[in-house]
Design a protein. Structure first.
Ligand SMILES: NC(=O)c1ccc[n+]([C@@H]2O[C@H](COP(=O)([O-])OP(=O)(O)OC[C@H]3O[C@@H](n4cnc5c(N)ncnc54)[C@H](O)[C@@H]3O)[C@@H](O)[C@H]2O)c1
Ligand SMILES: NC(=O)c1ccc[n+]([C@@H]2O[C@H](COP(=O)([O-])OP(=O)(O)OC[C@H]3O[C@@H](n4cnc5c(N)ncnc54)[C@H](O)[C@@H]3O)[C@@H](O)[C@H]2O)c1
Lengths: 230, 230
DNA sequence: AGGCGCTTGTGAAGACGTGCACAAATCGCG
DNA sequence: CGCGATTTGTGCACGTCTTCACAAGCGCCT
């Protein structure tokens, strides 16, 4: 389930604020989901809370971290140390959430040798050696779109089976390799769509427009968070 | 539909490579989705292709851009010009996809006055004035999680109804305000989950483990892209 | 003009996710 | 020890999304 990491983050927050147990409703609130959904997710997971009491925060954290495979600190290789790559390399949120940036790689000789956050940028051709030394589990692509497919192929070639792609393009990978994409422009465009929809609704409260102007009203967008509490 | 932006990007690619028309199958491939799904999405949209030929690329781009509300170049305010904020401010992919970064805001006096990409960082207290001047449509939050809710409140107070949040926390906003969240650690954790699942499957090909080790096999994660072609 | 191949648009079936509502279980307290 | 308050786990129904499959439509070639 894609919501498990969200629960995990909320649980860590709760643990830091001293809570030892939490009810499904409390955790659901903290994670921004329905309590029934949360209970169903957690029951799928096999972990058990105590009826009448709730869930043991520490136990649940361990359970979720186990299922997510976070018991081992996975090594991440970051390819493309440009504008975005720098920000990612300097981000401490990875380390605190179960990951270790094990290598920074770039094709630009100008960048090779640069040190960021205690790591030295290496040339992309070093990838096979680095992968062997560090047993890279996840590859992050932060290169321009034109280079992304090639980098993906290189990552796959050295045995990486999970890729996080920031370049705005679709990657072709062999079966068994997982790709997740983050595209900021797409996120903005989805927001823009909602803006447009909202504008159309207020401007034309009682239908009337052409098929085109009336259209945006009925479309749905998933994965969004709208209007949670106040 | 959340897939429209993906189609749009693929269409722009096709337009640049000289294609004038495209079949649903061709576009579906380029966007990494099923062709039937794509046709259904496009028919929902009301735009029409020509049977036996396909879709007119230029026309379809116009249609989708209209529905997404990209005919007007929306103004974006970026709050939190730190590690990540710098990368975003320096990113040219926004401008080319229908957006204009209209303001950079930060609470740190040290950062106020700094110029990035032709824009000067202003103090967050200037937000009301900036919003009035630039008619901000979308707010991007790139501050630490602890400040995110406060910033969101400030954005809402000046009339922003769409927020893109990079801070790892859930935001409470009034009804009618849309929030989308991007959390890189969550993306990595989902990949880690898949790694774990794959490892469990190869290690225990014929069941046998405890309930816990057997569990990761049956869980699904949406929004991912797995094994598309080769 | 007619037929043929190709492509769209869509009906229907199935899979999937969501949320309600309630029984079962546990704890605390009298 | 028993009862009530509380909370989990889940059966069920409903709506949505996905995919297949095919009829209808269009253009081209003869
Ligand atoms: N900067 C952002 O905020 C941002 C936001 C969203 C998406 N993106 C996307 O992220 C990607 C990177 O953006 P950026 O702003 O950092 O670009 P950038 O040009 O600053 O950095 C790209 C880096 O990749 C390196 N590179 C190029 N080809 C390579 C190869 N074959 N192997 C290894 N390294 C290679 C370059 O040397 C450069 O250092 C782009 O696809 C962009 O669309 C960036
Ligand atoms: N750097 C990354 O690659 C990365 C990746 C994923 C998520 N994030 C998240 O993005 C956020 C920012 O990360 P960062 O690395 O840029 O942090 P950062 O500390 O480098 O930058 C945060 C900036 O926000 C400013 N700020 C703080 N409070 C503010 C307020 N109330 N109003 C306006 N500005 C305020 C600070 O002055 C600072 O400039 C964090 O929540 C982080 O978890 C960052």
């Amino acid at each position: 389930m894609a919501r498990l990491p969200e629960y995990l983050r909320a649980l860590h927050n709760l643990a830091e604020t001293g809570h030892e147990t939490v009810s499904s409703e409390g955790l659901a609130n903290a994670a921004g989901v329905n309590s029934a959904k949360l209970r169903k997710d957690l029951s799928q997971l096999g972990s058990y809370g105590t009826r009448g009491v709730g869930y043991d925060v520490g136990l649940l954290i361990d359970q979720i971290e186990y299922v997510l495979g976070l018991t081992q600190r996975r090594a991440v290789a970051l390819v493309g140390v440009g504008n975005l790559g720098h920000a990612l390399a300097g981000y401490d949120g990875f380390a605190s959430r179960g990951f270790r940036i094990a290598a920074l790689l770039d094709a630009d000789q100008e960048r090779v040798g640069e040190e960021i956050n205690g790591l030295v940028v290496q040339h992309i051709d070093e990838l096979p050696r680095v992968a062997a030394e560090e047993s890279i589990a996840i590859g992050v692509i932060a290169t321009p779109a034109a280079a992304a497919q090639r980098v993906a192929d290189q990552l796959v070639a050295v045995g990486v089976t999970s890729i996080l792609n920031f370049a705005p393009c679709v990657l072709s990978v062999p079966e068994g390799v997982d790709v997740r994409k983050v595209d900021l422009a797409i996120e903005l465009q989805i927001l823009s769509f909602h803006e447009h929809r909202k504008a159309s609704l207020t401007a034309l409260p009682a239908a009337g427009g052409s098929a085109l102007t009336a259209l945006p009203g009925g479309l749905a967008v998933t994965e969004s968070q709208e209007a949670i509490g106040t």
